[in-house]
Design a protein around this ligand. Structure first.
Ligand SMILES: CC(C)(COP(=O)(O)OP(=O)(O)OC[C@H]1O[C@@H](n2cnc3c(N)ncnc32)[C@H](O)[C@@H]1OP(=O)(O)O)[C@@H](O)C(=O)NCCC(=O)NCCSC(=O)C[C@H](O)C(=O)O
Ligand SMILES: [Mg+2]
Length: 299
């Protein structure tokens, strides 16, 4: 824990500022990821892998996860859907490999999540292997609440905005108005059930400014981090989703001021002309915990 926050923070949180997809069929990417500053890695067996490469990719990914070398980065295997020829075998192999999470694509019901939970028990998945859900279809959006509450093993939603835009017959736009309702439904459901939630990818690899704006918008919506598709998108995601030095300084200041006020029997305090109540302090503690967890990653 850093000095400024000693005795002020809540229990630590898991930084998920940047979570990088890579095709499970690409051995160079799987190796390269060991040196990249991503908080998480999604080793993909689904849409980034050609049909003829599905089985080889599964073997490659599971061997890489078993071998390790990814340090503090969270490692997630995205499996194929259970309605595909590969889904069940992917889940079985992933359970044996023991990543931090198995990411289910195109989730549309709580029943599906519970079915996977049951399969993971049967396949003896280690307790640390959680379930993450891709939220990326119209039906998934309409059932976000029931999906979010489906299993204690479920810890994170990941927005799949490419599939969503396709299914909606919508367009990718700068302000993302066509998907705002969907993002909002998933954010509400995730927060109501205590899940983390990651924003979708920004597809234009040559538009750094657009990517930065998309990260900032995701932060303002309330996402915990951004899924990305290329190492060059890492720095902006990491910077945007980390508390800034000024935010951190202010957080520490209001926690201390509130604690001092509490000792005098007061439930509110004014800091820099602004009213501070317990809810602001809760958020400040979350930011301090996040900053501490980010600092711990670098150690
Ligand atoms: C888009 C890419 C195919 C580009 O790859 P490449 O041509 O190799 O790029 P570069 O030459 O610029 O790469 C520079 C170095 O970085 C490494 N690299 C590149 N991309 C990755 C990566 N994703 N992970 C790890 N390392 C990466 C290269 O190996 C180079 O390193 P070096 O060898 O040392 O020079 C490629 O970026 C790529 O495949 N991206 C991921 C695509 C993907 O996984 N898509 C599926 C998920 S997106 C999605 O479906 C979301 C959701 O479901 C939805 O519906 O929205
Ligand atoms: Mg998708």
């Amino acid at each position: 824990m850093s000095d400024h926050s000693r005795n002020l923070a809540e229990p630590s949180v898991r930084p998920r500022r940047s979570v990088l997809y890579m095709p499970g069929s690409n051995p160079r990417a799987l190796e390269k990821a060991k040196s990249l500053a991503a908080d998480g890695l999604i080793l993909d067996l689904e849409d980034a892998v050609a049909i003829d490469a599905k089985v080889a990719a599964r073997d490659l990914v599971c061997a890489a996860v078993k071998e390790g070398g990814y340090g503090a980065r969270e490692v997630i295997i995205r499996v194929n859907g259970l309605d595909s020829p590969w889904g069940e075998a992917d889940i079985k192999a992933a359970c044996a490999a023991g990543p931090d999470a198995i990411l289910l694509p195109k989730v549309e019901s709580a029943v599906l999540v519970r079915q996977v939970e049951q399969m993971m028990q049967e396949f003896d998945a280690p307790a640390h292997t959680k379930i993450w859900c891709m939220m990326e279809t119209p039906r998934g959006m309409l059932r976000a609440e029931e999906i979010a509450g489906a299993s204690d093993r479920l810890t994170c939603f990941v927005m799949g905005t490419s599939d969503l835009v396709k299914d909606l017959h919508a367009h990718h736009t700068l302000m993302r108005l066509p998907v705002v309702t969907s993002l909002g439904l998933c954010l509400l459901a995730a927060r109501a059930e205590g899940l983390d939630i990651l924003d979708g990818v920004y597809l234009d690899l040559d538009d750094a400014e657009g990517h930065r704006a998309s990260c900032q918008q995701g932060l303002e919506f309330g996402f915990d981090g951004k899924t990305i598709i290329h190492p060059k998108q890492l720095a902006d995601a990491n910077e945007t989703f980390a508390p800034s030095a000024a935010e951190l300084e202010y957080a520490v200041k209001i926690i201390a001021a509130y604690q001092a006020a509490e000792k005098q029997g007061k439930g509110v305090v004014v800091v820099d002309g602004k009213l501070i109540e317990n809810l602001h302090v809760e958020n400040a503690k979350r930011l301090v915990s996040l900053a501490d967890a980010i600092a711990a990653l670098a150690e």
